[in-house]
Design a protein around this ligand. Structure first.
Ligand SMILES: [Zn+2]
Length: 466
């Protein structure tokens, strides 16, 4: 279609998920923004294209703030075209790229520009960038912030790639002191290196139990305790990435109750897969921190239900199949799931009595808020017309070869999931339908900051020609 065809649009669906809940409605769109959430039988505005999705659900387009695109530098693992096609097919309309695993990493303004130049002609979804806080750029975070990253990621233990070293406790304190000057956000891979070093290594082992023992829960809880203490002292906003250890939930809840500015995310694999079911040698299930036992998973769900965990995001971190050797010590750690997050989470959420409004809050609204994306993550007047159309009762069996991410490896292979993404709309344009990516309409995002607040709305940096 041409640009004009998307200027006026009316989408009808039996289950439209808005901040007020779920109801039959018609969503009016003009020039890429939602203009109204109307009664289901509302007449179409003159000249509007009307699409009726029947009984299906219309969710806000998902916002995935944790994606490793690896482009440039490790494009055999993934790339912007493949990752954003997978995202679009899976109902994601906005993704934020992690600063590591690409070469160069996003640790300087010049490197950010390299990443932007590579991404710009490729993106099917709106795309923004996290920066990295590493020892080499200490003192340079302000410049990277001003160049347009949404916040800073750091590791407290080795990241797995040599060009992105971790911060020690002094380095973490220094980064927080720097961020305090401009109200920056620090997002943290929280595993304590001392606890990891003290645990028995999994080198050479095909047994998942050995891998789990090598990444103990106390490595997470200890690192998170340190982070919370420093966040309390500095007043800096911090975010716990990919929380796996439910033992950290009381620490986070207590800190928040005291006024510490902390949020947390978990991932579809921690909510839907369990240590007990990982077969020997199945390193497509390896990630750090690890998938833990079913009892831990129950507590993560409780943390979500109680609001201690804010976001559910993919941590899509793929690699080539040859790096998933059947040795839990040597295999690359990372789970590829970008296209599957919504059905995976919905399948489990539904079984636990949660509704689509919960899923939309965890996977769209809260991640948008984390990143300060004021026009993303909800269906409401004034918001970007970003939608995921989900058939919540249909099911499918995961065939890795049918997914769009670059390497056909995923921990979800062969699983039957409920919830089929029928279509994805980005700013009023149809970018995917029935698993196929269509118009490439993504733009690069940068935070739009008001001088007073230090963080605020986001704005498209530029339009990418389709
Ligand atoms: Zn990650």
């Amino acid at each position: 279609m041409t640009g004009n065809d998307s200027a006026r649009l009316l989408l009808r669906a039996g289950r439209v998920v808005t901040p007020e809940g779920e109801r039959p409605a018609a969503v009016a769109v003009e020039d890429g923004r939602v203009t109204g959430v109307l009664p289901h039988d509302a007449p179409a505005p003159p000249g509007a294209r009307v699409v009726d999705y029947g009984d299906a659900a219309l969710l806000p387009g998902l916002v995935d703030t944790h994606v490793h695109v690896n482009d440039p530098g490790r494009t055999a693992w993934e790339g912007f075209a493949t990752a954003t096609r997978a995202a679009a097919a899976g109902g994601i309309t906005t993704l934020l790229d992690m600063p590591l695993n690409s070469v160069p990493p996003t640790t300087t303004p010049a490197n950010l520009e390299i990443k932007r130049d590579v991404a710009r002609p490729q993106v099917h979804t709106d795309t923004g960038f996290w920066g990295g806080a590493v020892p080499a750029n200490a003192g340079g975070l302000r410049a990277l912030h001003d160049a347009g990253v949404f916040g800073f990621k750091c590791f407290l233990s080795p990241s797995g790639v040599e060009e992105f070293p971790e911060l020690d406790a002094d380095g973490l304190a220094a980064a927080l002191a720097e961020l305090a000057a401009f109200d920056g956000l620090l997002i943290v891979h929280a595993e304590d290196p001392g606890q990891l070093a003290a645990a028995p290594p999994a080198d050479g082992s095909p047994r998942y139990a050995d891998f789990l023992a090598s990444r103990p829960e106390r490595a997470e809880t200890e690192a998170i305790a340190l982070l919370l203490r420093l966040a309390r002292e500095t007043g800096v906003r911090v975010h716990v990435l990919h929380l796996s250890a439910a033992g950290a939930l009381p620490l986070i809840a207590a800190a928040r109750a005291e006024g510490v500015r902390v949020t947390a995310e978990t991932c579809p694999h921690f909510l839907t897969l369990t240590a007990e079911e990982v077969p020997d040698g199945a390193t497509e299930f390896k990630c750090c921190p690890p998938i833990r036992e079913a009892a831990n998973q129950d507590l993560l769900w409780r943390g979500l239900a109680e609001g201690v965990i804010d976001c559910v995001v993919s941590d899509h971190s793929p690699c080539t199949a040859d790096l998933k050797v059947p040795d839990f010590g040597a295999a690359w750690g990372g789970i590829a799931s970008l296209q599957l997050g919504l059905p995976a989470v919905w399948t489990a959420a539904r079984a636990r009595g949660h509704g689509l409004a919960d899923v939309a809050r965890w996977m769209a609204t809260s991640p948008a808020r984390l990143a300060g994306l004021a026009r993303k993550g909800a269906i409401a007047p004034g918001m970007d017309a970003d939608f995921a159309v989900l058939d919540p009762e249909a099911s499918f069996t995961v065939d890795p070869a049918a997914l769009h991410h670059r390497n056909p490896v995923t921990a979800y292979a062969g699983r039957t999931l409920r919830g089929v993404v029928r279509a994805t709309w980005l700013r009023g344009r149809l970018i995917a339908a029935d698993g196929r990516a269509l118009e490439r309409a993504g733009t690069l995002l940068r935070p739009e900051r008001t001088p007073a607040a230090g963080l605020a709305r986001s704005a498209p940096e530029e339009r990418t020609p389709a």
